[in-house]
Design a protein around this ligand. Sequence first.
Ligand SMILES: Cc1cc2nc3c(=O)[nH]c(=O)nc-3n(C[C@H](O)[C@H](O)[C@H](O)COP(=O)(O)O)c2cc1C
Length: 222
Amino acid sequence: MLFDFKEIPGKECYKLLVSTVTPRPIAWVVSQDANGVLNAAPFSFFNVFSGDPAVVAIGIGNRKPGQAKDSRANIRETGEFVVNLVSEANAEAMNITGIEFDSTVDELEQAGLTSLPSARVKPPRIAESPVAMECELMQIVDLGESGLVLGRVVAMHVRDDLVLDAANHYIDTPQKSRARRPLSLGAAGISAARRKSNKKVALSGRPGQYATWRLLENGRSN
Ligand SMILES: Cc1cc2nc3c(=O)[nH]c(=O)nc-3n(C[C@H](O)[C@H](O)[C@H](O)COP(=O)(O)O)c2cc1C
């Protein structure tokens, strides 16, 4: 069947892309605004694009027309961010950071996550993540209602038990064991994780809305 992207609305093109180009790894991005307010959010339009220089790219949309999501606004403002990778154990916390909180809210705190200082950039990394990449902004390519953030990786943290041979930079690429596999969107893992956490956070295929989450949280504590 032919789907002519010149004829169908953007929302439908999005559905076709995200349901066919899978699995996609998730960048769990920590950034800060100029006042130091912390922000964390997941992005599955993500990958690495060059080894030397070490370059990552993340597609970050707008919150509403003309207004960049906080992560993109922060990265543009400060030029620094950390990409954390997500394991299955982090799925529920990751989903909470996907809620569109107000820009003054620290999502790490909301999700009960711990931050650790970075070595080369100001935003911290997530202690619960198996891998974290400290990045400096190279460029943001304007895509209209979205922006492609290109970052140079200046330092990487890998959890000790995943390092096979530090001198030769051999990492135990965690594909074999389900427990260690990094979370990607489209893999069976995320569906299961989503179903589980949907009890708490209403996602229904799109990021949860703050109001819905608040409502569910209040319901739980009553
Ligand atoms: C698994 C997952 C993947 C996501 N991928 C993207 C993405 O690639 N691009 C994007 O703009 N939003 C994506 N989102 C939605 C953002 O995480 C969400 O809008 C978030 O609230 C943005 O936070 P911020 O405004 O603090 O940057 C994703 C959400 C989830 C749960």
